[in-house]
Design a protein around this ligand. Structure first.
Ligand SMILES: Nc1nc2c(c(=O)[nH]1)N[C@H]1C(S)=C(S)[C@@H](COP(=O)(O)OP(=O)(O)OC[C@H]3O[C@@H](n4cnc5c(=O)[nH]c(N)nc54)[C@H](O)[C@@H]3O)O[C@H]1N2
Ligand SMILES: Nc1nc2c(c(=O)[nH]1)N[C@H]1C(S)=C(S)[C@@H](COP(=O)(O)OP(=O)(O)OC[C@H]3O[C@@H](n4cnc5c(=O)[nH]c(N)nc54)[C@H](O)[C@@H]3O)O[C@H]1N2
Ligand SMILES: [Mo]
Length: 760
């Protein structure tokens, strides 16, 4: 069996494996941050930039959507936020000379890591039909190319407008307005691949598709359940909140197939004591099988009902609907099936039950470990069921906490980036702008790929992101993208989506969060909404990466003018000149933003959007109450000799942006093509630690997909489960493997087998 990487793998991918640590952060994290930042920015710029992250007069960290809290540290950022900033504030540049030296075929042969390391894009560039290189274009030429292509379409629904979640509220509002004026609801976004399942589940059950807790609630909770989330890497500032809650007496249950170092113990680098001793975070670790969560929460619901006196009957009677039906379904849950689905011990589930019964204020937090399965929507509804039984919604210290990813992904959706907008939203938009928005639904991410594949969509526009790498079924997605007539990417950095293009392609370079944004009316701020519904300003302070960049709002405004011409009565020039004019319109269209500009000025730390369940225990659902649901319990059935693969993030990446090749908290160094497998499962299939395997995914239609050459790492994950990094493993996720209702790619439950890698 081969123990070396097979030929053809990227030379640098030679993973080295040591035992995983049992704590997150502390001194090594600080040292690592400063090293990466200095490599990209130099020392002076590092200090100047990092001190402005998440300050009231600074910019919002482009890292994640975790809220800032009111008392801020001088250094209100985390290791991974600092890496995100360094990545954007880098002094490296991708100039027209770079594109002259690197034909598109060369870019397509490079790894995502290499592409990202080249630096900030400085000029708009164009790839003409049949050309092999991008060449500089003027902005006017670029908008003319877009206008010609868009106006030549048979229908506006042949265009797709994708948004990644870093886009500001102002730019997002303009983009959706433009798309609807143009005539389509084709506004897929990264949320479709991310928390769509949470939105679907929460809208139906609670009436609002967002979390119901504030940071303060988290500090006051006495029980926090963290399910399917790895905050040590992906939301490091959340660890401070968990630490604070623990100090006030809270207990923490983590539900995860992997023992994640950050959840075990946290060494807070912002306090001297924390740095040395650290705080043990998890009180109870439920090492669940992938996809077992619905069964777990259903059984806990049954046990709460049977415990006697544990159901908050007053709340259930006054505020909920569907209890009887749920209770009947819950009573049918059995230990036997739950233990099979979860792989857990009965004693551990009983411990969890006691902690729930002892708790007056329970919060459940979750992320991608719950949202990216076939049965994600019923799984999240099951969490709601449990909390409703306990009256744990709309009470201080209690509620639902879906932890969002991209720093403004929640705000983009609030601004109307949604392929299925409500009639109320479109009515308000139409009234304000005197337009007639289309009422039929548009395409989400998966349907956009299908439309490109089938020739029903011909122009693809992306406001940020890296669509071809982030999307499932890489080969299918890339082939679909190549069928487009024109692909347009508004980007800060190079990525694979610039190398896998339509017949013609444009790269439109833009300002990032850290860049100063000056328009005709002066210096601009933009706004973002965090994971807990707090809206605040963000102001970049660095000189822009190049004088040829346009801001995202300016790009949309000029594109709209070029495409819609004088037929549009919208004051696009005014919007570009002064973003306060955009906010005045947001204030009139979107509930909760009344007097937007005034409130922004009055509350530099941000203001909270209304949330009926949290604020008034009012549930704007179809029944007017919080809904219990009683879907059948599902869990993945994995054939013998197969594993269930989850595709997740390493410590050194931000989605498709790769910062480095280490995953420090899992003991991996110098490579990304690894697969974590329980030693007994690996050995059963004949793979010693250090052997190389191909991962072969098997889909229900009989098709197979293969990712070659992964180093097998014996790792204490739950039995029957495996884990490997995304985006390398997206090639394994079938386009049709999506969550029911939300249509989110099921990238956390892929049935695979390991095959010996040919050792040539
Ligand atoms: N540094 C950094 N920060 C980030 C990102 C990044 O890439 N890098 N990405 C941002 C984005 S867009 C997002 S959405 C978030 C993502 O944040 P996370 O959701 O934390 O990201 P993942 O790495 O996908 O981790 C999924 C976690 O769920 C667990 N899990 C997998 N399957 C199951 C299951 O069936 N049940 C349970 N209970 N657990 C399961 C995994 O073991 C893992 O701990 O982070 C955001 N922040
Ligand atoms: N298999 C698998 N697939 C997944 C996931 C998974 O867990 N497993 N996770 C899914 C999730 S949760 C998400 S959110 C998606 C992420 O999908 P995307 O949001 O599409 O991907 P990112 O990698 O975050 O996008 C990075 C690119 O954004 C651009 N960029 C960065 N900052 C800015 C900016 O300020 N403005 C503009 N215009 N561009 C900017 C840069 O060019 C950079 O290369 O991936 C999804 N795909
Ligand atoms: Mo995400």
């Amino acid at each position: 069996m081969a123990t070396q990487p097979p030929a053809g793998d990227p030379v640098q991918d030679a993973p080295d494996v040591t035992a995983a640590p049992h704590a997150a952060a502390g001194l090594p994290a600080v040292a690592h941050t400063l090293r990466i930042s200095r490599q990209q920015m130099g020392l002076a710029r590092t200090a100047r930039t990092l001190l402005k992250v998440n300050q009231k007069d600074g910019f919002d960290c482009p890292g994640c959507a975790w809220p800032e809290g009111d008392k801020r540290h001088v250094a209100e950022f985390c290791e991974n936020g600092a890496k995100a900033v360094a990545e954007e504030a880098t002094l490296r540049r991708v100039t027209p000379a770079f594109f002259a030296a690197h034909p598109v075929s060369d870019l397509a042969s490079r790894s995502g890591y290499w592409l990202g390391q080249q630096g900030r894009i400085t000029h708009p560039v164009y790839l003409a039909e049949g050309a092999d290189r991008y060449e500089p274009v003027t902005w006017d030429q670029a908008f003319r190319i877009i206008a010609d292509e868009l106006t030549a379409l048979g229908s506006p629904d042949e265009a797709l407008f994708y948004t990644s979640g870093r886009t500001s509220n102002e730019a997002a509002f303009l983009l959706q307005l433009f798309a609807r004026e143009f005539g389509t609801n084709n506004l897929p976004d990264c949320s479709n691949m991310c928390h769509e399942s949470s939105g679907s589940a929460l809208t139906e059950t609670l009436g609002v598709g967002k979390g119901s807790v504030s940071l303060d609630d988290l500090h006051r909770a006495d029980l926090i359940i963290v399910a399917g989330q790895n905050p040590g890497t992906n939301h490091p500032r959340m660890l401070s909140a968990l630490e604070k809650a623990k100090a006030a007496g809270a207990r923490i249950i983590s539900v995860n197939p992997l023992p994640e170092a950050g959840l075990e113990r946290f060494k807070n680098p912002q306090t001297p004591r924390g740095m040395i001793r650290g705080t043990a975070l998890t009180d109870l670790f439920l090492q669940i099988r992938i996809g077992g969560d619905q069964a777990l929460f259903r059984l806990l619901g049954k046990l709460v009902i049977e415990a006697g006196g544990a159901v908050d009957e007053d709340f259930v009677r006054t505020h909920t609907h569907g209890y009887e039906e749920f209770a009947a379904a819950a009573r049918a849950a059995t230990w036997e099936e739950t233990l099979t689905a979860t792989g857990l011990d009965r004693a551990d589930i009983e411990r969890a039950l006691r902690m729930i019964l002892d708790s007056q204020r329970t919060i459940v937090c979750w992320a991608m470990g719950l949202t990216q399965h076939k049965h994600s929507v019923p799984t999240i509804r099951e969490i709601v069921n449990l909390l409703l039984l306990r009256g744990a919604v709309g009470r201080p210290g209690a509620g639902v906490c879906p932890v969002r990813g991209h720093s403004n992904v929640q705000g983009d959706r609030t601004m109307g980036i949604f392929e299925r907008p409500s009639a109320a939203f479109l009515d308000a938009l139409d009234k304000e702008f005197g337009i007639t928005s289309p009422r039929h639904h548009g395409f989400d991410v998966v349907r956009s790929i299908q439309a490109l594949r089938d020739g029903r969509a011909k122009v693809f526009f992306a406001m940020g992101g890296n669509f071809v790498s982030a999307s499932p079924d890489t080969d299918v997605t890339e082939a679909a993208m190549r069928r487009a007539r024109l692909t347009i990417h508004v980007s800060t950095k190079l990525n694979r989506s610039h190398a896998v293009t339509g017949t013609r392609a444009l790269i439109l370079p833009t300002l990032g969060r850290t860049d100063r944004d000056v328009q005709a009316s002066g210096r601009q701020v933009v706004t973002v909404e965090d994971s807990m519904g707090l809206v605040h300003a963000s102001r970049g302070n660095l000189p822009p990466a190049s004088p040829h960049l346009l801001s995202e709002p300016a790009i949309v405004a000029r594109m709209a003018r070029a495409v819609l011409g004088d037929a549009s009565a919208t004051p696009w020039e005014e919007f570009e000149r002064d973003y306060a004019a955009i906010r005045d319109r947001i204030a009139r269209v979107i509930p909760g933003f009344e007097d937007f500009n005034t409130r922004l000025a009055a509350h530099p730390g941000g203001f909270a959007l209304p949330h009926a369940p949290r604020d008034e225990r009012r549930f704007p659902t179809a029944t007017g109450k919080a809904n219990f649901t009683a879907a059948p319990v599902e869990y993945p059935r994995v054939p013998a000799g197969r594993l269930l693969l989850q595709t997740l993030r390493s410590h050194d990446q931000y989605n498709t942006t790769i910062y480095g090749l280490d995953d420090r908290y899992r003991g991996i160094r110098g490579g990304r093509r690894i697969v974590l497998v329980h030693p007994d499962d690996a050995l059963e299939q004949g793979f010693v630690d250090g052997a190389y395997a191909d991962l072969v995914s098997e889909w229900t239609d009989g098709t197979e997909r293969r990712a070659r050459g992964f180093r097998v790492v014996h790792y204490p994950t739950a039995r029957g489960c495996a884990a490997a990094y995304y985006p390398e493993t997206n090639v394994l996720v079938p386009l049709d493997a999506t969550a029911d209702i939300s249509n989110t790619p099921a990238s956390k439950s892929v049935v695979i087998r390991l095959e010996q890698s040919p050792a040539d």
